[in-house]
Design a protein around this ligand. Sequence first.
Ligand SMILES: CCCCCCCCCCCCCCCC(=O)SCCNC(=O)CCNC(=O)[C@H](O)C(C)(C)COP(=O)(O)OP(=O)(O)OC[C@H]1O[C@@H](n2cnc3c(N)ncnc32)[C@H](O)[C@@H]1OP(=O)(O)O
Length: 164
Amino acid sequence: MGQQTVDPVIAGWAAGFRPVRDGEYFPPHSPGCVGCGPANPHGLHLAVRRHGEGVQAEHTFDDRHTGAPGVAHGGAVAMAFDDLFGFLLYLLGELAVTRDLRVSYLAPVRLNAAYMLRADHGARVGRRIPVSAELRNHDNVVVATAEATFVVVDTHHFTRAAGR
Ligand SMILES: CCCCCCCCCCCCCCCC(=O)SCCNC(=O)CCNC(=O)[C@H](O)C(C)(C)COP(=O)(O)OP(=O)(O)OC[C@H]1O[C@@H](n2cnc3c(N)ncnc32)[C@H](O)[C@@H]1OP(=O)(O)O
């Protein structure tokens, strides 16, 4: 592999990630991120804050994410989990991407109802970071869970992926 130059746009984006204090909200992954970006009209607009060594978000799925009538699409629920996991990286100080994601849908997730998402990470092994999460309804019942493996990458991963 020849010498690679880090694209300044990608390097600047990666440098913008910083840890936050307990209870504080994180900045979005990017303005256009479909999970948390405020500029994406189709996105979930997740607002995620630090909770100890984990992260959490209160979230209400709306009609844009309909699956069966009145119920959130499973893909939208998976997206919420995946994006939530992306905030654990701020705490870990690592650039990493989802290698696999498994969601268990235990009960329908209703539209226009408030839910609480919570995610935690395990210890890094090699380049792998195991993460897990729960989605609870307002009665504190777990309605979905997720587990994923994130793999640590460098900024060149994003440079290549963006075709730069
Ligand atoms: C600065 C700090 C703040 C940063 C804070 C924000 C950062 C940035 C956030 C962007 C926003 C996030 C938003 C949500 C998260 C996405 O949505 S990420 C996007 C979706 N994911 C992707 O696009 C990833 C696509 N996949 C890939 O590019 C490549 O497969 C990967 C993941 C880089 C791995 O490829 P590779 O580098 O060739 O690695 P490979 O040798 O195959 O395996 C690496 C390791 O994983 C293990 N592994 C492979 N497959 C598996 C598997 N299925 N299960 C378990 N382990 C596996 C291998 O055994 C190996 O382990 P070690 O030997 O290192 O211990």
